[in-house]
Each structure stands twice: as C-alpha cells, then as structure tokens.
Design a protein around this ligand. Structure first.
Ligand SMILES: Cc1ncc(COP(=O)(O)O)c(C=O)c1O
Length: 245
C-alpha cells in the first residue's frame, strides 16, 4: 500500500499550513520589508552577544546545562525569569513554566483545557499560528469584534453569555495582525469577566517590549485577582525567535 492511503486523525480535517508558508516565502526575499510576519530586522538580531553568553554559561555550568534536568527548567534561569515575569505581569506570579516559545504554551493550554467543540473566543482577526493550534484541538472559534482600542467589551460579554467559552485568546499589545493595543480601561473588565463567568484568558503578550514611545500598559494579568488569566510571554521578538523561549 502507498503511504498516500494513511488516514489522518480527524483533528487534521480542514487544517492547512498554507497561509503561513506563503507569508514565510515572501519574508525570505532579501529585498522585502514584510509586515506580514513578526520578523525583526536582521540588524537587530544579537548574534555576537548570544554567542558570548552561550560560551560563558557553557563554560561555567555546561555539564548541568547539557544534562536532563527538572521539568520546570534550569534553576538559575528560573530565578532570573521570576523577576522579569513579575514585572511583565505586574503582580507576583505563583507559577512560571519556561517552554519552547509562546506557541508551546498555547499548545499546552489547549491540550490541558480544550475538549472537541469547546468554544474559544478570539479577536477578529487574530494570529494565524495560534488559531491553527486551537483548531487542531478541535475548538470552536468565535470571533469578537474590535474597534481601534481592541476588543469590544459589550460584544465580549454577549458572546460569553451565548457561547459559554472555555477560553478567551487575546493579544493586548500591538496585536498581530492589526497592530492595535487594548485600551487600559478594557483590561480590568476582561479580568473581571473571566472571574464572573469562569473563563480562562490566554493573554499572549510577545510584543509588549517593542514599544517605541509612551509607557507600557498594565497587563490583564495584573488585574487578575482570582487566577483565571494565563500570561504568555516570549523572548522571540526581543532577542531571537530561534531561541524558542
Ligand atoms: C501574537 C503572537 N503570539 C505568539 C507568537 C509566537 O511566539 P513564539 O515564537 O514565542 O512561539 C507570535 C509570533 O511572533 C505572535 O505574533
């Protein structure tokens, strides 16, 4: 039998990576300044600094770094990450899990929370890569309209009442693909709606530190008194995508 006859799992029905592949083809053109993907300028990639740091840590603690370790990660990294994560989230964080990029965090969240048919509320439009991940877990995606200040709270609450979602996926700063930033006055209400209706908020915030003017806004997580918000950070867009942290 030819491998063409392999039947794929139902969860692959309707899945296509084509859009992302097309975008990456365009990005690869040397004369292209593409706004389609979140790729930094090559001149911003800190290759020399990363080489120096890698050499230092491997020389100082290489045997431990190259060995199997605790699931929660390399202890000195966890220690330094804690302060960084708390500054980003704007509050003490009870648990931090280093993963291979925010993409893996989304995958783990879906794996842990989403049954086929569960509803995830998403901004309209939203980040292709994570929408794909949610579809792989057979979530039903319900788009929520936005204005220039991000997701509309009335529409959000109406959708929560109608669809009883498991999760809201939101990119609060310099949203991909719209570039919009969620207004300060909409952030606390989102944390409150999550608690009121029992809905997890996946706050995907890889672009927070790419602010060139003004002060960073408090995260939705900073208003999360009850613990419904999972804050996803990333070093992809401030250091390098390929570090996968
Ligand atoms: C909104 C958003 N979330 C997540 C990612 C991917 O992050 P990571 O490279 O940490 O997996 C991207 C891409 O850069 C993105 O635009």
């Amino acid at each position: 039998m030819h491998p063409d006859q392999i039947t794929y799992a139902d969860r692959f029905d309707g899945i296509s990576g084509r859009a992302i592949r097309e975008i990456f083809k365009m990005i690869a053109k040397p004369d292209m300044i593409s706004f389609a993907g979140g790729n930094p300028s090559p001149s911003a990639l800190p290759d020399t600094e990363v080489a120096r740091i890698a050499q230092t840590v491997l020389q100082e603690d290489g045997k431990r770094i190259l060995q199997y370790g605790a699931t929660e990660g390399y202890p000195p990294f966890l220690e330094s990450l804690k302060g960084y994560a708390e500054e980003k989230a704007g509050r003490p964080v009870p648990a931090i899990l280093p993963v291979t990029g925010s993409t893996q965090a989304m995958d783990l969240l879906c794996k842990a929370l989403i049954n086929p048919g569960d509803v995830i509320l998403v901004e309209d439009p939203s980040f292709l890569g994570n929408l794909q991940c949610m579809r792989l877990y057979q979530a039903k995606l319900v788009p929520i309209p936005s204005d220039e200040h991000g997701i509309l709270l009335d529409a959000l609450e109406d959708a929560i009442r109608e669809h009883h979602p498991k999760m809201l996926y939101v990119i609060p700063n310099f949203q991909n693909p719209t570039g919009k930033t969620l207004a300060l006055e909409r952030r606390k209400p989102i944390a409150e709606l999550a608690e009121k209706y029992g809905m997890v908020v996946a706050e995907d915030d890889p672009y927070r530190d790419l602010r060139y003017s003004g002060t960073p806004l408090p995260s939705i997580k900073s208003f999360d008194e009850a613990g419904w918000v999972v804050y996803l950070g990333s070093f992809s867009n401030v250091i390098s995508h390929c570090m996968r942290v």
